[in-house]
Unconditional design. Sequence first.
Length: 202
Amino acid sequence: MNTLPVWPMRPLLKQNDGQPITTIEQWQAKAKEIRARFLATLGPRPESQRLHGFTIGASVVEDRVRRTLVTAKVDENDFMECWLLEPADASIKPKPGAILALHQTCTEGKDEPAGIQGEPQYAYAKELAHRGWTVLVPDNFALQNRYAAGIRSYDTAKLYDRFPQWSAVGKLVADAQMAVDLMEQLPQTATKPISVIGHSLG
């Protein structure tokens, strides 16, 4: 059973006594409260949720993009599969940065931003690679081949069974953080500044 706090909705631009926020100091106090409530709602990140290691798999080159499978171990029996996309054409000028691309709610997972399957308009990782960026695209934890193996995609029951004090959104944030940790170790991205892009759930 999930035991995370439930907060009452309060107007964003009013203090807790109902008076409007009119000073920088009042807004700073409000922002501090919002951040504390957000972190409390996420729940504490379990110590086991960290980058334990990774493997770099095979690569293919399609449509001027090199696509490499990278598998990161982020907990016991939890392996985050990612596509690493790199420009693979001499006509593409490499950009001096790397991008973490998070996918929307879809059964295709990382394959959609990578342009393998799904809606073409959401193939933003492939488009970025065509523009010269190195892009990492991880699978969401609730896809069938990840933490929730054996149940339908986006059913988070197993997560809450194991971590009743945590949250699905907390897991999403942790996965994104661990993906950045991974990018800081991959030879293709380790020395590059990292940006993030996503759509909807991402």
